[in-house]
Design a binder for this molecule. Structure first.
Ligand code: COA
Length: 378
């Protein structure tokens, strides 16, 4: 086999059909079940989008009412899950906490060994409903704050923020959070979704597949990039007294130095999109609203300075993690919680793919070319 025949990183390899989403890098478009993600972000709640991803259609009023009731009833964490989280040190990465919580919820699930479509759908909704409580619980225990229980009179995003901060945030903040959850929900055969499909292809259960997917998402080449973006901002230095122009100039200088040292700058580049990520304009508009709401123009300066310098030097565009990171920072989340928020969103896409894989399964088992020592004898 030649190096050109081998598809390292599976780049460019089409491995299966999917009806969940369509990524078109030529037109920078992303469709969930046929709908442009930008339209969904503008007009729908994250709950409606979750329903769409799982069922193929948006819910009617009755379907939405029953789905909402089901989701709200599943928001509280079981005491046993809280106890397991409490055994984990606060030095553990919050993604390890998410991964452990997903695994524990799987082992305790009444339908644990049932991988029928109905059981998997029930498990998907349960994980979707409970994961915000995991993220909020973990942030608050790390901060030494009292735990805030879920409320059933708030929508998904408002309740997520309520549990995280113990206060109701402004409607524009809730809206920006809702937009981010919709944009993060699904993106075809990315590394974590493919991981979930590989696990499912062995006829393993949904929680095992989600637990593995969380592990894949943790890496900085994938979901971990939204945290890494904020670390870049912090390394450059966030100076609230600075003007937009001053911040942009410092960011530009930082980027030029980083690229001269051949550094990979997180939040830029994408395996599929080579002319810009379809989700960025919508998330950037949400970030702009957050910057205006919180009065933090220096963050826009850092954002613009890095983006411009990268474009001029290498023509590489930002990905979704780039505007999402500073948006979550402004909302008040600690940086290490950004990727767990991504988990709470992507659970919808992962589980839609898990059910799709199970419905038309073929064991995923590629080949390798051996380049070790020739056969020898003991
Ligand atoms: N910073 C600096 N250079 C970058 C870059 C980045 N973020 N992303 C790509 N490049 C450069 C590479 O160094 C390489 O340059 P070279 O040809 O001179 O060696 C070229 O662009 C191609 O990059 P490559 O890593 O081979 O592309 P890929 O398709 O395998 O990688 C990513 C895609 C996402 C892994 C890559 O862009 C990256 O590491 N980005 C940062 C992590 C990130 O933001 N991930 C979230 C993705 S949604």
């Amino acid at each position: 086999m030649t190096d050109t025949e081998m598809k390292k990183g599976l780049a460019g390899v089409v491995v299966d059909y999917t009806a969940v989403s369509k990524v078109n890098p030529d037109t920078n478009s992303l469709l969930y079940r046929g709908y442009p993600v930008q339209e969904l972000a503008e007009r729908c709640s994250f709950e409606e989008v979750a329903y769409l991803l799982w069922n193929g259609e948006l819910p009617n009023t009755e379907e939405m009412a029953s789905f909402t009731a089901r989701e709200r009833a599943g928001r509280a964490l079981e005491p046993a899950v809280k106890q397991v989280i409490d055994t984990l040190p606060v030095t553990a990465h919050p993604m390890d906490v998410c991964r452990t919580a997903a695994s524990v919820m799987g082992a305790r699930h009444p339908l644990a060994e049932d991988s029928s479509h109905e059981a998997s759908m029930a498990k998907a909704v349960d994980l979707f409903a409970a994961m915000p409580a995991v993220v909020a619980y973990d942030q608050r225990r790390r901060r030494g704050q009292d735990i805030v229980e879920a409320r059933d009179d708030l929508g998904y995003s408002a309740n997520f923020l309520w549990m995280s901060f113990g206060e109701e945030l402004a409607p524009e903040v809730v809206e920006a959070f809702n937009v981010s959850m919709i944009l993060y929900a699904e993106h075809s055969f990315n590394a974590s979704t493919f991981t979930a499909r590989v696990v499912t292809s062995t006829l393993s259960d949904l929680h095992s597949a989600v637990t593995a997917a969380i592990g894949a998402l943790k890496g900085p080449l994938h979901g971990g990039a939204n945290e890494a973006v904020m670390h870049t901002f912090e390394e450059i230095g966030i100076r609230s007294e600075e003007s937009l122009e001053e911040a942009a100039a410092r960011a530009k200088a930082w980027m030029e130095h980083a690229l001269a040292k051949k550094k990979k700058v997180m939040g830029f580049g994408h395996r599929v999109y080579k002319h810009g990520d379809s989700r960025v304009p919508t998330m950037k508009a949400a970030l702009d609203k957050m910057i205006a709401h919180y009065g933090r123009p220096e963050l826009l300066g850092l954002y613009n300075g890095l983006e411009k310098a990268m474009d001029e030097a290498k023509g590489i565009k930002p990905n979704l993690d780039y505007p999402a990171g500073p948006s979550y920072h402004l909302m008040g989340f600690d940086t290490y919680m950004f990727t767990p928020i991504f988990v709470a969103s992507r659970i919808t896409g992962w589980t839609a793919h898990i059910m799709e894989q199970a419905a038309s399964n073929s064991l995923i088992r590629p080949l390798s070319a051996y380049n070790g020592t020739d056969q020898r004898s003991l």
